[in-house]
Design a protein around this ligand. Structure first.
Ligand SMILES: Nc1ncnc2c1ncn2[C@@H]1O[C@H](COP(=O)(O)OP(=O)(O)O)[C@@H](O)[C@H]1O
Ligand SMILES: [Mg+2]
Length: 428
C-alpha cells in the first residue's frame, strides 16, 4: 500500500496526540491541516479556528479545503457522532460512527458487549442507584474498581484499597453531589485485576486488523506510580510484556471477536480501536477498557518510531477496505511528558519555556506540543497541564529513553514536573 500522491489531511484536535499525528502525516509527504490545533502544532501544519465540538463547522472546513481524509483525535466528538455527520456529507473519515464509538462512550455498554461475545474481562456489575451500588460492593471478595460509565476525561475511575474507599467513590457518582454529572449516573463495579497493562492500537476497516507495536503508558503523576492519575506522564513502545505469544492470544481472544461482534451487531468499527489490557502472570489478557481513538501519550512514540507508512492504511480502512491483516513495523521509542506545576489538580500556566529548539535539534529527538503558546515576543509559554512530550527513538528502548531524558534536560520552565522513571518496567 504505497500512497503515490500527496493527500490533504485534516486532523481534529488540539493536543500532543494531534501534534504526533500531524508530524507523522507531514513526514509521509502529505499536506496537513489541524483544527483547532495549537501554536506548536502550527510548526507542522496549517491550523484552523473550528472547535472539535462544532460538527457543522468541521463539515464546512473539510469541504472548503477539499480534505482527502479527516482524522478525528479526541473521543468526545466521535461519541457525539461527528463521523456520521462527515460521512453523510460525503467526507472520507478515519474514525468510528457513534454506534461503534459506544464501546468507549459507555463502559456499561462495553462490558455488556464483552459478556455477549465471550471476550475476557473482569467480572462486573452495573448500578444506577446509590443503595444498589453500596449493596453490590459487598458482593465482591475484595474492594471493586469503581467506574463512572460515561466520558469523564480520564478522571472517572477509582481503584480503591478498602471497601470504605469504594463506597466513597460510589457515593461521589450516585449520591447528591453527582461529581461526574450524567457520565456518572451509571456506575460499573468490577473485580480488581492484577498484572501489567498494555495498550494495543488496532487500525481497522471493520474486518482486518493492522496493529501498531504494543505500548505502555504511565498514568500516575509521580515516580514509582504514586500520586493522582493524569492524562499520562510518559509512554514507550514496544512493551516487552506483550510477547509474541501474548500478542497472538490478544488477537484471537480479544481483537478478532471484538471486530466480529461489532460487525454482527451492524456497527462495524472503522478507525483505531484502542484496547486497554491487563496481562496476568500466566500471560492471559483481560480487557480493562476500549477506546475509540489514538491514546496520548502512547501515540507519540508510536508515530515517531514507525518505519512503515500509516497514511495508506488509514486511507484504505476508511474507503475500499484493507487488503488483509498486518502489523506496522517500528523502532523502539519513548516519550517523557513535561507538565506544569500543580498538574493534574490546578495547573499554573503562562510560564516562559526555554530550550525547546535546543531539545528538538538533538538527533532522533522530536518535541510534541500539548499545552504551549507563543508569547508576545515569539517565545514559548506554558498554556496547559501537560506542556510538552519529549519523544526519542533508537536502536533499543534503553537508548531511546536515555535520549528522551537528554532532550528533557534542555527544556526548562518554572515548576516543571517530570517523572524520572519512564520505561523502567521495560528495562528491569
Ligand atoms: N479491573 C481493574 N483492575 C485493576 N485496575 C484497573 C481495573 N480497571 C481499571 N483499572 C485501572 O484504572 C485505570 C483507568 O481505568 P480505565 O477503565 O482505563 O478508565 P479511563 O481510562 O476511562 O479512566 C486503568 O488504566 C487501570 O490502571
Ligand atoms: Mg484507560
Amino acid at each position: 500500500m504505497k500512497s503515490n500522491r500527496p493527500l490533504r489531511i485534516l486532523i481534529v484536535g488540539r493536543g500532543g496526540r494531534e501534534h504526533a499525528l500531524a508530524w507523522r502525516c507531514r513526514h509521509e509527504g502529505h499536506e496537513v491541516h489541524v483544527t483547532p490545533g495549537n501554536d506548536g502544532i502550527a510548526l507542522d501544519a496549517s491550523c484552523h479556528g473550528v472547535s472539535e465540538r462544532d460538527h457543522d463547522g468541521l463539515v464546512q472546513l473539510a469541504r472548503r479545503i477539499s480534505a482527502d481524509l479527516v482524522i478525528v483525535g479526541p473521543e468526545q466528538p466521535l461519541v457525539e457522532g461527528v463521523v456520521d455527520r462527515l460521512v453523510h456529507a460525503g467526507v472520507r473519515v478515519f474514525g468510528p460512527t457513534a454506534a461503534a464509538a459506544e464501546l468507549e462512550g459507555s463502559k456499561a455498554a462495553a462490558k455488556a458487549f464483552m459478556a455477549r461475545h465471550g471476550i475476557p474481562t473482569a467480572r462486573y456489575q452495573t448500578v444506577a442507584h446509590l443503595a444498589d451500588g453500596l449493596a453490590a460492593i459487598r458482593s465482591f471478595d475484595a474492594p471493586p474498581v469503581v467506574k463512572a460509565s460515561g466520558l469523564a476525561g480520564g478522571k472517572g475511575v477509582t481503584v480503591p484499597e478498602s471497601f470504605e474507599e469504594a463506597e466513597q467513590a460510589v457515593r461521589a457518582c450516585l449520591g447528591d453531589g453527582r461529581r461526574f454529572g450524567a457520565a456518572g449516573s451509571t456506575v460499573v463495579l468490577e473485580q480488581r485485576l492484577h498484572g501489567q497493562e498494555v495498550s494495543l492500537f488496532v487500525l481497522t476497516d471493520g474486518t482486518n486488523a493492522v496493529t501498531l507495536l504494543p505500548a505502555q503508558d504511565h498514568k500516575r503523576v509521580g515516580d514509582g506510580d504514586t500520586g493522582p492519575n493524569t492524562g499520562g506522564m510518559g509512554a514507550y513502545c514496544p512493551a516487552p510484556v506483550c510477547s509474541e505469544a501474548v500478542y497472538q492470544r490478544v488477537m484471537e481472544s480479544v481483537v478478532e471477536p471484538t471486530l466480529a461482534g461489532l460487525r454482527g451487531e451492524g456497527r462495524p468499527f472503522v478507525g483505531v480501536l484502542f484496547v486497554g489490557l491487563m496481562i496476568d502472570r500466566a500471560g492471559a489478557p483481560s480487557v480493562i477498557e476500549y477506546n475509540c481513538r489514538f491514546g496520548d501519550p502512547e501515540v507519540q512514540p508510536l508515530m515517531y518510531g514507525l518505519s512503515d507508512p500509516i497514511v495508506p492504511v488509514m486511507m484504505a480502512a476508511s474507503a475500499d477496505g484493507l487488503p488483509g491483516p498486518s502489523r506496522l513495523a517500528g523502532r523502539p521509542a519513548a516519550t517523557v511528558v513535561l507538565a506544569s506545576e500543580g498538574y493534574p489538580l490546578e495547573s499554573k500556566t503562562g510560564r516562559r519555556i526555554t530550550g525547546v529548539e535546543a531539545c528538538a535539534a538533538l538527533p532522533d529527538v522530536q518535541v510534541f506540543h500539548a499545552g504551549t503558546k507563543r508569547g508576545p515576543d515569539g517565545g514559548w509559554l506554558t498554556s496547559g497541564g501537560r506542556v510538552l512530550g519529549v519523544c526519542a527513538r533508537g536502536a533499543s528502548l534503553p537508548l531511546a529513553i536515555r535520549k528522551a531524558y537528554e532532550g528533557c534536560s534542555r527544556v526548562e520552565f518554572a515548576g516543571r514536573q517530570m517523572r524520572s522513571d519512564i520505561g523502567v518496567r521495560a528495562l528491569t
